[in-house]
Design a protein around this ligand. Sequence first.
Ligand SMILES: [Zn+2]
Length: 411
Amino acid sequence: MRVKWTVADGIWNLTFLLDPEDDVTGTCTDGARLELRTNTCQIRLPKDRTSGADVHPDLLAVAAWTVAAPWTRQRVTFDRPISPALAEVFRTHWNVDAGPVGGDPRSGTRLAVSYSGGADSMAVADVFPDAPFVHFQRIRHPRVPNRWSFYRSDVLAGLAGETGRDVAIVQSDLELLLRLPGPGYPEHHAVTVGALLLADEMDLGGIALGYELGSRWLGGGRYTHHFTPDNPIWSGHGKWGSLFKAVGLPLVLPVAGISEAVTMRLALASDLRDHVRWCLRGSKGGGACGVCAKCVYKELIQAAIERRPLNTTVTADMPIARRWQEPPPYGGQEMIEYGVAHVPGIEHTMFAKAAAYLQATEESTRWLEHCYAPAIDEVPEQWRKQVDAYMVDNVGLMTEDEARRVETWET
Ligand SMILES: [Zn+2]
């Protein structure tokens, strides 16, 4: 793979060219097969954040890698020399020959939050009330038709901008590069391209993301659903965690020890709650759509934490509810268990069959209300104390028995 960046007026253009051994069909770290549609994308930084200072070549290299990795087999040639330490991570963790090599590593000090506006990243924002946000906004690609025109990224960016926080909104068309069933991040880490390109400008020394217990520890990727201490996507010592550490922007997962039931409870109790939005479809004035899969799933969780009946127009015979008429496993199954155990009258909803299959109870799902302590140990040292104090004060740590539920998870 050969990678080239050009920049003008805060707009960074990335072009990559396949080497003979590369292929337009690639594999994301989560195992999904990805077909490449085009080989260019752009990243537009906010005008007030581009002082013209150069971006460290290691940051540019990792930003490019979050886009190009799935289609690269053996080597990657960047257009600027990368530090020996970064090249070493490519060699040892990726078995990829990366270069040219030369120059010094970078470092920074502040923590930024990769903020989507959903409950998980809002919970992160509550843990770090003074941290700036970097928000990724999808825009159209000039060379690829937009098949997901319902996706209201403009609404989400607007809500992020209204939080009153220091927010950098970064626009990119990189999700249109590939064909899954629809657009998507080539690698999940592509959501951080803005933080990477702004890291020098904002003096960033870490990037906090809203990946919760399911994503980090229960194998909540696309295909595996079992305890994954060595998760290659999000663990601090994995192939991605090591790359980000090498460029002085370690991945920080402040809510990796808690379930989506807890992140939602924290988000709805936070001073930002009026700006929360997990639905990608709803309009600005109209709120969430209420009928997409995400809305239904999140409504189950919200009804559970509020111990009230489900408030939805979706019924078991509608296509969107089909997955829950089948036997498990389900995506996000731990939250389906939590939901059916806590929502009164669940037997009269689209989740009746799932409830009968799962037989979950308040007792069997109590571990999902507490924090898995090893997740705190993974937070880089300079931010660990703040996460630890927050979790002890607001959530409570899991008992040994509860932690064992995490470590024996299998669906
Ligand atoms: Zn929706």
